[in-house]
Design a binder for this molecule. Sequence first.
Ligand SMILES: [Ca+2]
Length: 504
Amino acid sequence: MFKLFLCLSALVHLSGALSPQCSAESFNSIVPANATVVLVEEVTTNGTFNVPAGDTGFPTDPARLPALCAVQIEMPTEGGTTFNYGLFLPKRWNGRFFVFGNASWAMDPEAVTDWAWRAMHLSVIAAKEVVETYYNQNIKYSYYNGCSTGGRQGLKEVQMFPDDFDGAVIGAPAWWTVHLQLWNIQTTLYNYPETSNGYISNELFQVVAAESLKQCDPQDGVTDNIISDPRGCHLRIEALLCDEHNSTDCLKSTQLDTLYHYYNDWVIGNQTFVFPHFEIGSESLWGGGSSPDLDYVQYFLGLGTNFTANDWDPSYLVALSEAMNPGNATADDFDISPFHSRGGKIIHYHGLSDNSIATGSSDYYYEHVRRTVNPKGIDLDDFYRLFLIPGMEHCSGTPAIMDAPWYIGGTTQASVIGDDSAGYWIHNKSEFHNPRHDVLLALANWVENGTGPTDLIATKWNDEDKLDYVTRQRPICMYPRQANYVGTGDPDIASNWECQSSAY
Ligand SMILES: [Ca+2]
């Protein structure tokens, strides 16, 4: 059985429709005959929902909830698999339908299809019916919010089922599955095994990170420990070369060759581009020495467990991966004009210090959508905006040597931030719970009021665990514009920066 615990909740308002009973009987009368009501649980105001054991898609118990009814429903697919989805139905509902994407994994072909797109779409269709019947009221707006695999699921929805959502927040999407999965292995192999001549230890990567910061931080115009324009930096890695004066915190020529791979696109055969490179400024999270995870090749591409790293043949594997496209998971349809036609909006973001999915894959997708829809007379800014966040890692966080502002209310970001000393959490704070500081509220503002964001304010606290005090805020500009310091005032205050056209 494939299991997807999809969280569908409605943002809470003070006024709204009062809900009916939270009981198995009421849901049994709502769901189709082939569905099973797995769980019904009432959560009181400020309560916690205890996630069922083994639910990998929901790693922590959601707390501080409004009064709501939690329900989990299981349904069959036409492929003979089953999927689960969960709903949070607030007592007072404002008519918004909100879907949170998550990460799961699957092995057999039908389950791969569920993982790729089917379980999400079927969940959305089924859940919308349940919600509208439960409240006896139509959904006013539907939103999607996901990062990483969740971002890929969101793009897949936009591409295949443009009517499912009015708006989608897409974070650091793992959209290019057929290339990304192999690139993950390739980047591991760059620095494997530990006994190889070019091996770079985790400790040495910190030396690399310090050197790139030293060179590239000032090149963006402001020396602030943040590499704001990694693409505009000329980084000379030979500065790291060991010599007669330095033989410890330095790299040998063979190690520089390894480093070169990280900083450059993965190309195969006759200069065929496969996947973009890691960005300057993500080095402190690079690592190596561990054996590559070959699950994708062994199971998804069907080459079996006899396939080892010694059998690595990129040209063959890339062609095979493209031909198979397991589960049709790759979200590579650049013609999203149907989503534009129905009035849909997308806010897409990606950290420029992402060490997991190369940031360039996001602007590759975005620019290919531009190439596809511009000739149709569609202005991308009208419905699809991209925001690259200097110094942000994968979906959240920042390297300690940068301390860049990264919080924009993206998926899972609040979950890595603690409470303040008075016991308040981030969503209690009105200064962050607004469209300038919260990307989901920015999307809702765009869809419902027609005001699309030209920038978002990112925040860094001194200690996110304690939510103690803000140390820095920066505008994150709509791509390809960049934030430039106005030249006077505290550079840690957002209003002292302006979004301007970049050189590229
Ligand atoms: Ca800088």
